[in-house]
Design a protein around this ligand. Structure first.
Ligand code: SAM
Length: 346
């Protein structure tokens, strides 16, 4: 039995309290290029060598590397009074910029933008709205004007969103057999990550990426597309402009940005443009039926509060939105990842 003098705060409370510091260790190590330098070196490096290559303070780097080692982001070998560091498999796969499954762009976006908005979480809960004004002094009446504060910010956001599909894109695009839909329109298709997955999985299909003009411009300039003419672009505002006719409309991480009212408006427009027998594929992080989990999706939902006008939803909530717009045969498929798919037919 412990006496009052030995009392410690519960481990769970400590973990939660320090959670933001752990995130920052990860973000800072990405920002500084720690994992990239260790990947390029091809042999374990001492902290002085890492500090020299990054032009950072030896003391700061040593503290950061040792903390990364405790977090299992780095291996450390000690011998002869020296510590040598190298990437773990987790870091080599997901944190090194040149890895095909790298999540580095998303982590940089989270560290540079999302993290700052989360400093205003309590205010977001009080006001029930996003925190672009409090965080960056940017009014958020035009949501995506606020989100895309600069060309650099837009590119970082687009690269970050793409990172997730480099790992989970295949599972969401195979959640249903999409081969009956030859003409696909990816609304809010951004950098084209899912469009590329779609044409590689379904040889007969063509995809139009529909997005706002700035995003289409950035996608064409900064992201590679396969030859063959099966992916094309259309610039426009999906709330106002005519939508391309298609057999299947993809809405990936689009509805979670908007209120129920805006979602219904968009889904009604899609229903009108959709070919008879066609459908809509909603790809989102799905809440459990009672809305009380999974925790990651609940955190994403709070993130939608802090950064957008929307929220994450349960399958039944998506079903209700789709049915109100006229869609039928609504089917939901969860995947092993955090994103699931909902397919509905016209
Ligand atoms: C959260 S991102 C999701 C991007 C992509 N579907 C994905 O899953 O990675 C939302 C996308 O919707 C686009 N978008 C927002 N408002 C739009 C509008 N009014 N018309 C067309 N696209 C819009 C954004 O530019 C952005 O590419």
């Amino acid at each position: 039995m412990s006496s009052v003098g030995e009392e410690v705060t519960p481990r769970l409370l400590d973990e939660y309290t320090q959670g933001f510091m752990v995130s920052q260790v990860l973000f800072a190590a990405c920002e500084l290029g720690v994992f990239d330098v260790l990947a390029e070196a091809r042999e374990p490096l001492g902290s002085d060598a890492v500090a020299a290559r990054l032009g950072s303070s030896p003391r700061g780097i040593e503290l950061l590397l040792d903390t990364c080692a405790s977090l299992k982001l780095l291996h450390v070998e000690t011998g002869g009074g020296r510590a040598l560091y190298k990437n773990t498999e987790l870091s080599s796969t997901y944190l090194v910029r040149s890895s095909p499954r790298s999540q580095q762009n998303m982590l940089l976006y989270l560290g540079r933008t999302t993290y700052l908005c989360w400093a205003h979480l309590a205010q977001a809960v009080r006001e029930g709205k996003n925190q672009y004004l409090n965080t960056f002094g940017v009014p958020s009446e035009e949501l995506f004007t606020a989100i895309y504060r600069s060309e650099e910010e837009r590119l970082q956001f687009m690269r970050g969103l793409q990172d997730v599909w480099s790992v989970q894109g295949r599972s969401v695009m195979t959640a249903f057999d999409l081969s009956p839909f030859p003409l696909v329109c990816d609304l809010g298709g951004c950098s084209g990550a899912l469009a590329k997955e779609c044409v590689s999985l379904y040889p007969g299909c063509q995809v139009t990426i529909f997005d706002v003009p700035q995003v289409v411009g950035t996608a064409k300039k900064h992201f590679p597309f396969p030859d063959g003419g099966r992916i094309s672009f259309r610039e426009g505002d999906f709330f106002k402009d005519p939508l391309p006719e298609a057999d299947l409309y993809i809405l990936a991480r689009v509805l979670h940005d908007w209120t129920d009212e805006s979602c219904s408006r968009l889904l009604r427009r899609i229903y009108q443009s959709c070919r008879e027998g066609g459908g809509v594929l909603v790809i989102e992080s799905l809440l459990d039926a009672d809305g009380r989990g999974p925790l990651t999706t609940q955190l994403f939902s709070l993130n939608m509060l802090v950064q957008t006008e929307g929220q994450e939803r349960t399958p039944a909530q998506y079903q209700a939105l789709l049915a109100t717009a006229g869609f039928r045969d609504v089917r939901c498929q969860r995947t092993r990842g955090i994103y699931g798919a909902v397919l509905a037919r016209k």
